[in-house]
Design a protein around this ligand. Structure first.
Ligand code: AQP
Length: 321
């Protein structure tokens, strides 16, 4: 049986947060022994919306540093910066030639982000095709996807099938897999929305100092019921806090009657998780040359597979070699 090969991506649009850690990074680290994984930092995706060049560069380097600090072992899991493996963009174009305008325009994320107004970049429309290229390039068999990315993975599978059918078998068609952690971490200030890089007050950044973590949890939205129980409809804030505690410690709350006690437990649990990560990050941040070296070596490691995929796709679609 072919080995399991996985790709987990992070958009370089800002600081990684607790949702990224629990929903994607920890499962990636836990699977390092069993699956061949690639961690992709998607900096090209960061340019699909208005961006500041210096911020994208800083975010890419910070994310690579955080991934290492959290325990990604670059010997087993290459940390690939999307823009440093040019084959991503070459394959993107070839896949655009089998994708329809309507298909791209139907994507929910495109509809939501373009509805926000302002000038809509063409790259926002074609971003799911770039994401398809990210996945197909590395010949992966599995992609852990949260609910928000399921539609994009379906498009990837559709484009791979279509290309293979029209031009001959070229791509491995990957399966979407439920991340090992079922956690969908919600924003602490707005617990019906997922915690995300762009949202504000209720996000816990992985490098937030202890005082900020404590304050963010202390201000987390709860409700007037005064009972610590899971009830996502009526008590989304409290449910999120219980889930956070369970994800961080594997424990349920000690006191079913006190939101204050629950928040203290959650704060301690997050702190126990983030303190070593922060410390390791501080060490690594002293040596950005090392982190850049990891990115360069990772790019070299994945390049043979990436180049072979593009070679197959070029030949199949009708280009001279
Ligand atoms: N809240 C979350 N709970 C669990 N898992 C999450 N992930 C993201 N948010 C949560 C998972 O982390 C990986 C990388 O996510 P991303 O970089 O694609 O998404 P993001 O952090 O939501 O940030 P965006 O998309 O850059 O910014 P926004 O949404 O603010 O525009 C993925 O595996 C994801 O499932």
């Amino acid at each position: 049986m072919a080995p399991t090969r996985r790709l987990t991506g992070f958009q370089a649009t800002g600081h990684l947060h607790l949702g990224n850690l629990l929903g994607a990074l920890r499962p990636l680290i836990a699977a390092q022994g069993a699956a061949q994984s690639i961690a992709l930092i998607a900096d090209l995706h960061a340019m699909t919306i208005e961006h500041n060049p210096a911020d994208v560069r800083a975010s890419a380097l910070e994310q690579a540093t955080v991934l290492l600090a959290a325990g990604v072992d670059p010997e087993r899991t290459p940390i690939v910066l999307q823009s440093q493996v040019r084959e991503h963009t070459e394959l993107h174009y070839l896949l655009e030639c089998v994708a329809g305008f309507g298909e791209a325009a139907r994507m929910i994320q495109f509809k939501e982000k373009s509805a926000a107004g302002g000038q809509v970049r063409l790259s926002l429309l074609t971003y799911p095709v770039l994401m398809s290229a990210d996945i197909l390039l590395h010949d992966v068999t599995q992609v852990p996807v949260g609910e928000d990315q399921r539609q994009h993975l379906e498009l990837t599978r559709t484009l791979a099938h279509r290309f293979n059918t029209r031009y001959g078998t070229t791509f491995t068609v990957p399966e979407g897999v439920q991340p090992e952690s079922a956690a969908r971490i919600m924003d602490l200030a707005e617990p019906t929305a997922k915690m995300s890089k762009s949202a504000g007050a209720g996000r816990i950044g992985l490098l937030d100092p202890p005082e900020v973590v404590r304050r963010t949890v202390a201000r987390a939205v709860t409700d007037e019921f005064g009972v610590v129980r899971r009830d996502p409809q009526r008590q989304p804030g409290v449910t999120n806090l219980i889930n956070l505690l369970a994800e961080c410690t594997g424990r349920e709350p000690a006191d079913p009657g006190s939101y204050g006690a629950l928040k203290r437990e959650v704060t301690d649990a997050i702190e126990a998780l983030l303190a070593p990560l922060r410390a390791r990050h501080a060490e690594l941040a002293e040596d950005p040359g090392y982190v850049r070296g990891v990115l360069a070596e990772s790019a070299e490691r994945v390049r043979p597979t990436a180049a072979a995929t593009v070679r197959r796709a070029r030949a199949a679609i009708g280009l001279l070699d």
